[in-house]
Design a binder for this molecule. Structure first.
Ligand SMILES: Cc1cc2nc3c(=O)[nH]c(=O)nc-3n(C[C@H](O)[C@H](O)[C@H](O)COP(=O)(O)O)c2cc1C
Length: 346
């Protein structure tokens, strides 16, 4: 069926292969959320090592609700020249780049932001309008900076994930209740981004296969909203330490009947064999996170025939250490000394 290394298209993008770097918070901002050269160089390094589509770590559209003190912010105060530097460098290396834009919502730590996290029910109607504007502003800046698109983060318990989740969305207005209502905010954001950025700018989403109660219905709504592709993850994506098998494959296969949208699968894919199994099951794109934390040149080594499986232990140590020291992988990481100043335990 599909070949991992064949050139292909995803929405308006022409990709050199079917590999994706799943959004991975690099934790490389300054303390105030400013992008850094190291952040930009991280994206470029991945593209130089055969990643077809680089998706940046989540960028906060609201600086009062960051996920941690290393998460970059994308708002009117952002220095967009570094977005441009990342886009130019990735393109020069033969890759495409999409910025993941996100609102942390219920997972935003008060000790980082100085204000409590916000859940769906905490948003007044006029604040929902502001949210639509924040996502649209961020997407437009990415377009102006030369990025190929954005991925709206609708997964992992962050704000747009929790709006979809009937247990977390307790609103009683038009934005709560039925799946269509819980999707209303997403529909507005996606329509607004599309109207602002046009159809030559990729509009992707990352979504949970297991948070909304009706994943097939959710895929249908994304399709109706006109997105260019859906990356499939799950709310419990980080609860499977040691599992080196594509852990959401069954859910995506069960839900995709009648869905024409290109799907990207992430989670537990660490080897050539499993990447091919995903492609053979009819999923056209394969996404990697921890394998590329462990070895940014993982895909280059695989393509060169020097590696069949990532040495990543899937231990999830990278979730814990990355907030405390500039070594991403507990077993294979490389220090980034110039960033030491921004790393404090939190
Ligand atoms: C350190 C770290 C940071 C992450 N940051 C993000 C992020 O910014 N946005 C996102 O959607 N997922 C994020 N993820 C989740 C990954 O994109 C991916 O969904 C998950 O790690 C499972 O894929 P894997 O088995 O290939 O690692 C992160 C994962 C790790 C380990």
């Amino acid at each position: 069926m599909y070949d991992l290394w064949e050139p292909t298209v995803l929405g308006p993008m022409t990709l050199r292969n079917r590999t994706v770097r799943s959004a991975t918070n690099e934790h490389f901002s300054e303390r105030d959320g400013a992008l850094t050269v190291t952040w930009a160089e991280t994206q470029i390094e991945l593209a130089r090592n055969e990643v077809g589509l680089v998706i940046t770590g989540h960028l906060a559209v609201d600086r009062s609700q960051r996920a941690d003190e290393g998460q970059p912010v994308l708002d009117k105060d952002t220095d967009f020249s570094l977005l441009h530097r990342a886009a130019e460098g990735v393109h020069a290396a033969g890759g495409c780049i999409v910025a993941q834009i996100s609102h942390t919502g219920p997972k935003a730590p008060a000790n980082v932001n100085g204000v409590p996290p916000k859940s769906p029910a905490d948003f007044m109607p006029e604040e929902l309008d502001i949210l639509v504007d924040q996502f649209t502003f961020a997407a437009l800046r990415c377009k102006e900076a030369g990025m190929d698109g954005v991925q709206v983060h609708c997964a992992h318990g962050y704000l747009l994930s929790s709006f979809l989740n009937p247990e977390q969305n307790l609103r009683t207005d038009d934005y709560g209740g039925s799946l269509e209502n819980r999707f209303r905010l997403h529909a507005r954001i996606l329509a607004s981004v599309r109207a602002a950025c046009g159809s030559d700018f990729a509009l992707l989403v990352k979504a949970d296969c297991n948070g909304s109660g009706n994943f097939h219905g959710l895929l249908g709504l994304f399709q109706q909203a006109g997105v260019d592709g859906v990356e499939v993850s799950g709310v419990d994506f980080d609860g499977r330490a040691g599992n080196k098998k594509p852990f959401f494959l069954k859910e995506v296969l069960d839900a995709r009947t009648g869905i024409q949208l290109p799907l990207i699968l992430v989670g537990g894919i660490f080897s050539r064999k499993d990447a091919q199994a995903v492609l053979d099951a009819g999923i056209p794109f394969v996404s990697f996170s921890r394998a590329l934390i462990c070895q940014p040149d993982f895909l280059a080594l695989m393509k060169a025939g020097q590696l069949e499986e990532s040495p990543c232990l899937a231990c999830n140590g990278c979730y814990k250490v990355y907030r405390q020291r500039p070594v991403r992988c507990v077993t294979h990481g490389r220090p980034v000394p110039q960033l030491k100043k921004i790393f404090h335990s939190n």
